[in-house]
Design a binder for this molecule. Structure first.
Ligand code: KG4
Ligand code: ZN
Length: 331
């Protein structure tokens, strides 16, 4: 079995995965959303402090598995360096005391392998990764052969939901909040610019859209017109354009590179409107759409454990004295 640890942002999570069967034997996650909500976003120092409390609490529930562990896996990049350090420190101590090898896992690969928890992999696959830190289109051949073919030039998709939510003082994380308000709003009530509409490149951008939403909110504030109806309308209009932008770029990509398998991963892949639109794009192109179960869309240690099984099988270990955390890294 492998014990895996995830602490790259605001979720403390530990999982135990059976190497042979890939079965998830244990999984727990303690989220810090409530504690960060008052600040409208993740406060790194606070997040690190909360991991120090949560990780040992979860670990205590796993001690019965210790004699059967063959390796310790931990997310070491990318993420917030102060929070990654908490997971990595715990992983090093465990590997050292249990005298078993250490596996450093890339968080982005973890999101991709959230598709294959308790399953075999299915490649090649083109993956749309939409999270708080990333908006990327990735062509995946296998674990060690992934190439980014498009990404955001400024903010990420999930981050733009967080910022719009913060502007309207609705709390964090903004994605589920905005999605809920959008359900009751008129998505044509505000005219917002579709980002990079004229550009032929497969790129994403959210800062211009975010700014346009900010101006719309300011105007309503000046008119003393912020209420449930305007919040719902702003949410719906914003969400329509945020998703429309991604779908427009995906259409461009599908036209020249129709994929056999296509997947959406990352925390924001839980967005139902995004899922629905990509579902119809995939059926138009006869591409098989892969989605992770809702509970594994946001950060979790089960996806890290699933990557670790592959790394274990190819002896991809890292020395305790060599493992480093890296806040920014690709594949
Ligand atoms: O993957 P994740 O848990 O953490 C990162 O690695 O960043 O993703 C969290 C992000 C947040 O920005 C959150 O607002 C966004 O995913 N998110 C959503 C939805 N659920 C979560 N964005 C849009 N719609 C949603 N339903
Ligand atoms: Zn993530």
């Amino acid at each position: 079995m492998i014990l895996s640890i995830e602490s790259s942002c605001d979720d403390s999570s530990i999982a135990i995965t059976d190497i042979k069967t890939k079965k998830l034997l244990y999984h727990k996650k303690i989220s810090q959303e409530l504690q960060h909500s008052v600040y409208g976003g993740v406060v790194p120092e606070l997040a690190a402090r909360l991991h120090i409390e949560a990780l040992p609490k979860i670990l205590e529930e796993c001690t019965e598995y210790f004699p059967k562990l063959k390796a310790i896996a931990v997310t070491n990049a990318p993420g917030l360096s102060v929070t990654l350090t908490e997971g990595v420190t715990m992983a090093k101590a465990l590997a050292l005391s249990l005298k078993i090898p250490l596996i450093g896992v890339n968080h982005l690969k973890g999101h991709i392998y959230s598709l294959f928890i308790e399953k075999e992999t299915l490649f090649p696959c083109t993956v749309l990764l939409v999270s708080g830190g990333h908006t990327q289109l990735i062509e995946v051949e296998n674990l060690n052969n992934m190439s980014v073919v498009g990404q955001t030039i400024d903010d990420s998709f999930g981050e733009s939901f967080d910022k719009v939510s913060k502007m309207m003082k609705l709390g964090y994380p903004g994605g589920p909040i905005i999605e809920k308000f959008a359900l009751h709003g008129d998505d044509n009530s505000y005219e917002l610019p579709i980002p990079l509409r004229q550009s032929p490149l497969i790129q994403f951008s959210y800062s211009g859209l975010k700014n346009a939403v900010r101006l719309a909110i300011l105007k309503e504030e000046e008119n003393n017109n912020i209420n449930e109806k305007t919040i719902s309308n702003i949410s719906a209009s914003f969400q329509k354009v945020a998703i429309g932008h991604i779908v427009m770029k995906l259409k461009k990509y599908f036209k020249t590179n129709p994929p056999t398998n296509f997947a959406i991963v990352g925390g924001a892949s839980a967005n139902k409107a995004l899922r629905t639109q990509i579902e119809s794009l995939c059926s138009e192109y006869n591409a098989k759409l892969l989605l992770a179960p809702m509970e594994f869309c946001s950060d979790n240690a089960a996806m890290i454990g699933r990557v670790a099984v592959e790394q274990y099988e190819s002896n991809d270990f890292i020395a305790i004295k060599e493992i480093n955390v890296q806040s920014r890294v690709e594949f």
